[in-house]
Design a binder for this molecule. Structure first.
Ligand code: GDP
Ligand code: IMO
Ligand code: MG
Length: 420
């Protein structure tokens, strides 16, 4: 059987959690392949909102297996907090969740280093979520990491002390105050909880499941424009958020990939620093933020808002090999009168739709303007019943990207989803 991948095409927070949850009944397995607790995936059902950071968004479905893959960096303290507050009994979670031996651990000192580095950067800071992501992946690629599979070893505490002391010696160079003990308590409690779960070489498990004909959905975190290689470096996260990341982050071959669901908001948002060509600093941007409740699910920070950026979307479609587009938060655009879409960039007086290497390039977005709609679309479940101007907007995106929009989301809850 094949694997389908769902990933973000913008700067994260596109609505991945909601859709993975909504699609879960059609899959046997949901697997996270990269990122860590920097992610905040919201999903809503029975009028309750849940925010997941590490745990795959299929976790609320009985009988589905959820995998935290080798490409994820896992903070045991966050893991414990999440498990304790999910509202699903532990004995049930122990059946639903498996964790890769090869997922790297985020140590308490990784979080402290993250904060110290950001503090040192001052105005040049990335705007990290301060969850320790960068330092943990740095240790992974530097071959200094501790992994989930190490926690059952007799020398684990000694290894932990070695790593921590190494980090503390780096921290001596930064004038940065911290309280390690405060982090450590929750971290070691998390380690004890982790030991109760199935910890396996999940690359074997997932390939076995595929051979047995099971359907797997890979859940991305962050978004393509935050990808370590293809995002606006250095204002990116530290993992590969793209389709290729699912192969290395789960141990599956590209030949298993069938559908690539590329998810995007009907407009754009970004949290943290870095280029954002269509960002609006005016009342329209404020209206998008207010109507869309655009405040970070992980840090609560206000998200920067702007119109849809087609050069960025087309780039993401190309890098990921997207086969189906899913458009989110369409309801938020109701009542805007007219809607702008950036179709190309003007740089030094020349129009182009290639994203420039230089983050400091002055980009003037070139916009197409489409008529808006005023209808409240939140209760609509049939594509045909959507306002004509919204359908024109969708058609415009399809023509520009060459990819069909197969899902339109019209509200935060599981049910507010129109499949075409
Ligand atoms: P993720 O990180 O990609 O899972 O996205 P987040 O959960 O961080 O952010 C998406 C936000 O939009 C959440 O608050 C969702 O509840 C909400 N949301 C998702 N889809 C829709 C939609 O179609 N309409 C509205 N109004 N909200 C949505
Ligand atoms: P989900 O999965 C939006 C951003 C941060 C910062 C940069 C680096 O919910 O879409 P990091 O903590 O990785 O060192 O931060 O990336 N960022 C996200 N923005 N959604 C996310 O995840 C993000 N994860 C990281 O704001 O700019
Ligand atoms: Mg999010």
């Amino acid at each position: 059987m094949n694997i389908d991948i769902l990933l973000g095409l913008q700067w994260g927070d596109e609505g991945k959690g909601k859709i993975v949850d909504a699609l879960s009944p059609s899959y046997d397995v949901v697997a996270r392949f990269q990122g860590g607790p920097n992610a905040g995936h919201s999903l809503e059902f029975n009028d309750v909102k849940h925010v997941l950071h590490l745990i795959p968004s299929g976790i609320f479905h009985h009988g589905k297996l959820n995998i935290i893959g080798n490409g994820v960096v896992l903070d045991p303290a966050v893991f414990k907090k999440e498990i304790d507050t999910l509202g699903v009994p532990l004995d049930e979670l122990l059946k639903r969740l498996v964790i890769s031996t090869k997922a790297n651990l985020i140590l308490p000192t990784h979080r402290i280093l993250d904060a110290a580095y950001e503090n040192y950067k001052g105005n040049l800071k990335i705007g990290s979520t301060l969850k320790g992501i960068g330092p943990a992946y740095t240790d992974k690629t530097g071959r200094n990491g501790l992994r989930v599979g190490n926690i059952s070893h007799d020398n684990f505490k000694a290894l932990y002390d070695d790593h921590t002391n190494g980090h503390l010696s780096i921290l001596k160079n930064y004038k940065f105050k911290f309280d390690l003990k405060e982090y450590e308590k929750g971290w070691f409690e998390g380690i004890e909880l982790l030991k109760k779960f199935r910890i396996e070489n999940t690359e074997y498990l997932i390939n076995r499941l595929l051979s047995d004909g099971r359907k797997v959905l890979a859940e991305g975190a962050q978004g393509t424009m935050l990808d370590l290689d293809f995002g606006s470096y250095p204002f990116v996260t530290s993992s590969n958020t793209i389709t290729a990341g699912a192969c290395s982050g789960l141990g599956i071959s590209p030949t298993h990939i069938k559908e690539v669901f590329g998810i995007f908001k009907a407009y754009c948002t970004r949290v943290g620093s870095g280029p954002f060509p269509t960002e609006l600093h005016d009342s329209t941007g404020e209206m998008l933020r207010k109507k869309g409740c655009e405040f970070g699910a992980t840090t609560g920070r206000p998200r920067r808002c702007g119109w849809l950026d087609l050069p960025a979307l087309k780039y993401a479609v190309m890098i990921n090999g997207v086969t189906q587009l899913f458009m989110m938060k369409s309801d938020i655009l109701s009542g805007f009168g007219s809607i702008k879409v950036c179709t190309s960039y003007k740089i030094d007086g020349r129009e182009q739709d290639e994203i420039p290497f230089d983050n400091n390039a002055v980009i003037e977005p070139v916009y197409a303007e489409l008529d808006g709609w005023n209808e409240d679309i939140r209760g609509i479940s049939d594509f045909k019943a959507l306002p004509e101007n919204l359908k024109r907007y969708i058609e415009f995106i399809e023509t520009q990207t060459g990819i069909p929009v197969k899902l339109v989301s019209v509200g935060p809850s599981r049910n507010s989803t129109i499949f075409r």
